[in-house]
Design a protein around this ligand. Structure first.
Ligand code: AMP
Length: 289
């Protein structure tokens, strides 16, 4: 496992370019089993590069950029047994040479949900992801379905800017009680950790409503919101169409149930992607069939 820190170091990736696709797994570090599942999924396709970079441009004023957990040594220890070919862990100056400069303006899919709550967040995400794509030149990139709007906003960029990479979304890894794994779960004290389960309960309530045939977005969202009573502040609880993230009355097709809430010191997000079709309501990927 090569540790690459600078742009010059990236030349060492050329030895990995061969008949099998080069696969990138972008992360912000503080790795957990969710990240590791992405690396395992990626390794099925070809040699894997994991990037570890806490991207300043996707954090807004007053958000947790400074507090965000950083521990490269323990991240490397977690990755080593999975055998990725390389880890790219640049510093801020390596990715952002100077203040300002050209950045990506995210498209319509980034407008609602977290895009509305965190202005500029997805511009920052797409800017760093495009930099990583251009520096590493992967054939495939794997993202977690857990960040559903992020997956769809990146897919929109890849399509609209004709970026030559194939995207794959990997399923969300959960704690035994349903809480989606997240680096930010470290901010939860025991009381908040218990209350954080509300997000998963809200998603299940939404799924049950769809399975019962409830066909109004208002009623589905009301049932989801009821389950979020344990959260401190609910940012949103929505049912939206996939891939365009529009609010419509649910019927046959692909939908995302998406929730975001502040619980204790953490802002948590989660979602469920569901197909409504002849087989009833079944979990589905966000990208691809
Ligand atoms: P982050 O380090 O939070 O930026 O996440 C890096 C990648 O891991 C993103 O593609 C996330 O969607 C993905 N990810 C984060 N949490 C999970 C999880 N619980 N299960 C699967 N993927 C995840």
């Amino acid at each position: 496992m090569e540790l690459l820190r600078t742009r010059t170091d990236l030349a060492r990736l050329d030895g990995l370019r061969g008949p099998r696709p080069l696969v990138l797994v972008p992360t912000m570090g503080a790795l957990h089993a969710g990240h590791l599942s992405l690396v395992e999924a990626a390794a099925r396709y070809g040699p894997v590069v994991v990037s570890i970079f806490v991207n300043p441009t996707q954090f807004g004023p007053g958000e947790d950029y400074d507090a965000y957990p950083r521990d490269l040594e323990s991240d490397l220890d977690l990755l080593r047994p999975l055998g990725p070919a390389a880890v790219f862990a640049p510093d801020v100056a390596t990715l952002y040479g100077r203040e300002g400069g050209v950045h990506v303006a995210a498209g319509p899919r980034a407008r609602g949900l977290c895009g509305a709550r965190r202005p500029g967040h997805f511009d920052g995400v797409l800017t760093v992801v495009l930099k990583l794509f251009n520096l590493i030149r992967p054939d495939i990139a794997v993202f977690g379905r857990k960040d559903g709007q992020q997956c769809l906003a990146i897919a929109e960029m890849v399509e609209d800017l004709a970026v030559p990479v194939r995207l794959i979304d990997a399923p969300t890894v959960r704690e035994p009680d349903g809480l989606a794994m997240s680096s930010r779960n470290r901010y939860l004290d025991p009381d908040a950790r218990r209350r954080a389960r509300a997000l998963w309960r809200a998603l299940q309530a939404g799924r049950e409503a769809l399975a019962e045939g409830v066909a109004t977005a208002d009623e589905i969202e009301d049932r989801m919101t009821l389950q979020l009573a344990d959260a401190d502040v609910v940012d949103y609880a929505h049912v939206l169409s996939v891939p365009d993230l529009e609010r419509r009355e649910p019927g046959a097709g692909r939908w995302i149930l998406a929730v975001a809430a502040h619980v204790g010191a953490a802002r948590l997000i989660d979602n469920l992607v569901l197909d409504i079709g002849p087989d009833g309501v079944v979990e589905a990927p966000l990208l691809g069939e």
